[in-house]
Ligand binder design. Sequence first.
Ligand SMILES: [Zn+2]
Length: 256
Amino acid sequence: MIPRPLLISLSICVASGVLLIAADSSPKEPVSDRIVVLTFDDSVASHATFVAPLLQKYGFGATFFITEGFEFLVDKKHYMTWDQIKALDAAGFEIGNHTRNHAGVAKQTLEQLTADVAYIEQQCEKHGIPRPTSFCYPGYQTSEAAVTLLRERGYRFARAGGADAFDPASDEPLTLPQAFDGKPESTLEQFKAAVEKAREGKIAVMTFHGVPDIKHPWVNTDPEKFERYLEHLKQEGVRVVALRDLTKILASRERP
Ligand SMILES: [Zn+2]
């Protein structure tokens, strides 16, 4: 799901004295090379009920990182159902892997980590969702063993923590950093500064949890503030995509 900005060209027909306005959406037209990725962690119910419909209104792509950790299995008021997750996939959003139990990967044995990663893949298969190729480290904790495992299982991108843009020229895509981490105290100015980092080939990957996030108030994003963030992305004219879309975008940059 890569929305193209629709460029409007004006044609003025002087001879007939008629002003003609023609919409031209030719694929030859330039597409912004400023890329922002939106990611949403922890399978929060507001991802399905508020975030996804709003993103659709803006024509933005996004990745939703799914875990069955926390109270996912018992609290279906605050966590998505698999039917809702399947609907996100059907709507064109990416479903990424955030592990079964949301355990820090560095504290797990390889067997535990493999089982947690494989479980979300199996759940996706069971619900007709494509096998994930994007991963998010629970608690932003990485390990070399996890990177190796993800590479072996065909993952292309894995988001960690941090506070910087992802530079595909120098950063390892299986431990890529976030440029912004949505918190209750985050400001529009901080978000704008993170968007500014999406220049000169660098990609700004934004992290959110619930909008709102009732069960985890320390990572809550206020819905009205979130709309101001999206409005800023629209005004900047950046491309807003899912993590998996970077595969094609980066490949197209390599072409002469
Ligand atoms: Zn998480």
